[in-house]
Design a protein around this ligand. Structure first.
Ligand code: PEP
Ligand code: MG
Length: 542
């Protein structure tokens, strides 16, 4: 997505996050330092180790200085970064590469990469990955004499413009930041998620964002997915709030990945969990977690979760989240490889233990467990999973809708599953053949894409005929206007991370189901993402 001139005005387009607009002075962060190409050392491994130790000490000292003047939450986030950069495992891992003759820059980058590879490919770990990448860059910046530090002006309004933003950087935002524009990222990137949570209108994947002149007045229109230069603030609206008039027209649930997340969710109005990602327990280890470890975690989540149905998703690892103990070799196209339920073909004991643990957790806590499998693309897979789950005594069984093939198989799922849950992050990736991590194709991943909306409409119609309940647990459900469209299409429940629950709840409590159906039908007439959004908004009762 790029900039174009309309009349005399330069328009920068990207994916809008949120539904408001804002005006502020551009605060452009310098392009991130580039990681130098891999290089062997001329200095010898001892000297390289010394350089690395000094660079790490510098980064940790500058983080300490930032933490000392930061408010509490920011200080906590910086504290987490400090523990990562000061972890002796970092030097230990880098040492392996130093001993092979690589210089400090290459060794630290390789060490960080080996940590991020363990977590890659899942939004759940996006923040940790972004933190690790940010730290690697800070160390490399020091080693190569580049400066990555910045201080945001305390007085706004400012629009922060950057290549992308790390969690540590967004943690520095004060109320002076009214808008954000990034050249990288996509609709499910860290920046998009944080800006949605903090109600900051944002544009991501704006190719020429860094061309916006420092200090110029700029309007960010998240609804239209556009930004343009304007000396003064035109009439801009901040995100609209809606008044609740009744109960929600679809259930609002939460997405979690740990007991701590479930506790945080219990402080919101969410009814139950729409997606418990079980991956966390399986990563960064040399063997699969035991039955006892899994049972404890699942029981902990069940005890902490708010009232309502709790849906656990079975392991969604493999491919780009490689678990060495799974025995899946290197893959050329990992996102099209052995991931999710496909792991069952390699090692059926993983799923067997997981289902056993879920049943035991159900019995221990007395709270019912619903269970679903990721990456299902055929009727046989759905049947095999449902049979396994029911054989373990789990009674409410579903599959995720993340591949185009399962979208057209709903009529065949009658009597096989009780519910389906649409994972819009992966469904967009596979429907549009667009890598969800690649900001170069982010416009195809816009959740308002007519192709996606029409596919969801079809799934809902077929599911209704088959008496199968439909949920949406991808990031699309966190967009409040889109949540209304989804409810109007026949989705029974939407789920999202805790901070987004309240606003979605406001929207779904502000409208009748018949009105939502009209909004959904209007959106389906759109021929572009923007048109779909505009038509939906025009139909939305005030
Ligand atoms: C999805 O694909 O939309 C989803 C919810 O699963 P994940 O983001 O964990 O792949
Ligand atoms: Mg997915």
């Amino acid at each position: 997505m790029s900039s174009q001139a309309i009349g005399n005005t330069q328009v920068y387009s990207g994916i809008g996050v949120g539904d408001g607009s804002a005006w502020g002075k551009a605060f452009v962060l310098a392009a991130r330092p580039k990681t130098p190409s891999d290089a062997k050392s001329n200095l010898g491994s001892d000297a390289e180790k010394q350089r690395l130790v000094e660079a790490i000490a510098f980064v940790s000292q500058s983080l300490r200085v930032s933490a000392s003047s930061a408010e509490e939450t920011t200080a906590e986030i910086i504290g987490a970064l400090l523990s990562l950069v000061e972890d002796p495992a970092l030097i230990e891992e880098a040492q392996v590469h130093l001993a092979d003759g690589w210089n400090a820059e290459t060794s630290v980058t390789r060490a960080m990469n080996s940590f991020t590879e363990l977590l890659a490919g899942d939004d759940l770990f996006a923040e940790r990955i972004a933190d690790l990448k940010d730290l690697a860059l800070r160390v490399v910046a020091k080693l190569t004499g580049q400066d990555m530090s910045f201080t945001l002006p305390k007085v706004g309004p400012i629009v922060v413009i950057a290549e992308d933003l790390s969690p540590a950087e967004t943690a520095l935002f004060t109320d002076a930041v009214v808008g954000v524009i990034t050249s990288g990222g996509g609709p499910t990137s860290h920046t998009a998620i944080i800006c949605r949570q903090r109600n900051i209108p944002a544009l991501v994947a704006v190719k020429n964002a860094l061309e916006i002149p420092q200090g110029s007045g700029v309007v960010v229109d998240a609804f239209k997915g556009e930004a343009f230069l304007a000396k003064e603030a035109p009439g801009v609206t901040n995100s609209n709030r809606r008044v609740r008039t009744g109960s929600p027209i679809a259930e609002v649930k939460g997405n979690v990945g740990s007991v701590a997340d479930a506790k945080a969710l219990a402080t919101t109005e969410a009814s139950g969990i729409g997606l418990m990602r079980t991956e966390m327990l399986f990563l960064s280890r040399s063997s699969a977690p035991t039955l006892k470890e899994q049972t404890e975690l699942y029981a902990g989540v069940l005890r902490a979760a708010p009232a309502g149905e709790i849906i656990f998703r079975t392991l969604d690892a493999g491919s780009d989240k490689p678990l060495p103990y799974l025995g899946i070799g290197n893959e050329e196209n990992p996102s099209l490889g052995v991931r999710g339920f496909r792991i069952n073909d390699v090692d059926a004991s993983i799923l067997d233990t997981q289902l056993k643990a879920l049943k035991q957790a159900e019995e221990e806590t007395g709270r019912s467990v619903s269970v679903m499998a990721p990456m299902i693309s055929t009727l046989e897979e759905a049947k095999e999973f449902a049979q396994m789950a029911r054989a373990h005594g789990l009674n409410t069984v579903g599959v995720m809708v993340e591949t185009p093939s399962i979208c057209v198989l709903l009529p065949d799922l009658v009597g096989v599953v009780d519910f389906v849950s649409i994972g819009t992050n992966d469904l967009s990736q596979y429907l549009f053949a667009a890598d969800r991590q690649n900001s170069g194709v982010a416009k195809l991943l816009n959740p308002w894409q007519p192709g996606l909306l029409k596919m969801i409409a079809r799934v809902c119609e077929d599911a209704k005929l088959a008496s199968i309940k439909v949920g949406v647990c991808g990031e699309a459900a966190a967009d409040p206007l889109l949540a209304i469209v989804l409810a109007g299409l026949g989705v029974h429940s939407v789920s999202m991370a805790s901070p987004a629950v309240e606003k979605v709840m406001d929207y779904l409590c502000s409208i009748s189901i018949d009105q939502a159906k009209a909004v959904a039908q209007a959106a389906l007439k759109g021929r572009t993402p923007l048109e779909a959004k505009e038509l939906a908004l025009a139909e939305l009762p005030s």
